[in-house]
Design a protein around this ligand. Structure first.
Ligand code: PMP
Length: 305
């Protein structure tokens, strides 16, 4: 990733991709205390446009507030930085990664003189798990790793260190022949995927876990609004893993994963074992909205030019 042409926004300037470096004593590298976002820009008839830019920037600021980290830029400046990262790299569509991290002014847990740095990179990143997964769905397994507990780490912050849990769960799932993990909360109820929120459909009603220990996903919110606009009832409730086994449909949502059908959980086929009709309707509406073809909520799209 580091050896390529392009520009990265770092601390207020666009620098050459290969020069966007930090010191090995960078504090966040040692303890994971940093915050980030995952954002997408899609090709639209207005050129590359970022989907729900303001919501992503707002969540970055909320994550920083939770960690008590003061971001040295305004929301407007970071919105502009994300637009510039796409535009100045001539991208038609992009995955955008803003991150705020502590510098190398001190070491140890007590360091209190640390500078907050902010970077934004953007690059092309097509379908997270390949095109076929969007129709065929993915195989997932219940993780042996429990999703963070709300008083162990701050689940509402998209914090760097939180992702050790996600990576352990995802690696375990992949090593056992699946594509993604389903993490349960500390009481054994379904929480979310390693980087996605979870939904199931049963009897025409859409269910999703309460947010308690889950990340407050922007795609989740988008899909709830879309489903309601299509006349579906959406219920937030505790979900058990065996409710997933007997669901008619199940899918994940996330900025990277988009709307991704789930084929099976723990070897049990869900519904017909491929994308179900409700998932298909929502997925179509999602892709049409992010690419500006469906004016469902035109305010969600910010052109980069
Ligand atoms: N949960 C976790 C743990 C995630 O990392 C993500 C990706 N940001 C999501 C859910 C989905 O959030 P969003 O729809 O905002 O990308």
């Amino acid at each position: 990733m580091s050896d390529r042409d392009g520009l990265i926004w770092l601390d207020g300037e666009l620098v050459d991709w290969r020069d966007a470096k930090v010191h090995v004593l960078t504090h966040t590298l040692h303890y994971g205390m940093g915050v980030f976002e995952g954002v997408r820009a899609y090709e639209t008839d207005q050129g590359a446009a970022i989907f729900r830019l303001q919501e992503h920037t707002d969540r970055l600021f909320r994550s920083a507030h939770i960690l008590n980290m003061k971001l040295p830029y305004t929301r407007e400046e970071l919105n502009e930085a994300q637009r510039a990262a796409v535009r100045e790299n001539n991208l038609d569509s992009a995955y955008i990664r803003p991150m705020a991290f502590y510098g190398s002014e001190g070491m140890g847990l007590r360091a209190d003189n640390l500078k907050v740095h902010v970077m934004v990179a953007a690059w092309e990143w097509p379908a997270y798990m390949g095109e076929e997964a969007k129709t065929q769905g993915i195989k997932i397994r219940t993780s042996s790793y429990t999703r963070h507990h709300v008083n162990i780490t701050m689940c509402k912050a998209k914090a760097n260190g939180n992702y050790i849990n996600s990576m352990l769960a995802l690696r375990e799932a992949i090593d056992s022949g699946c594509e993604e993990a389903l993490l349960l909360d500390n009481e054994g109820y379904v929480a979310e995927g390693s980087g996605e929120n979870f939904f199931l459909v049963r009897g025409g009603i859409i269910y999703t876990p309460e947010l308690t220990s889950c990340l407050d996903g922007i795609t989740r919110k988008t899909i709830i609004e879309m489903a309601q606009s299509l006349g579906y009832e959406v219920r937030e409730k505790r979900i058990t893993r065996d409710e997933v086994y007997v669901a008619d449909e199940a899918f994940f949502t996330g900025t990277a994963a988009e709307v991704l059908p789930i084929q099976s959980l723990d070897g049990r086929i869900i519904g017909k074992g491929c994308r179900g009709p409700v998932t298909e309707k929502l997925q179509t509406m999602y892709f049409d909205t992010v690419t500006g073809k469906n004016p469902f909520n035109a305010e969600w799209i910010t052109p980069c030019k």
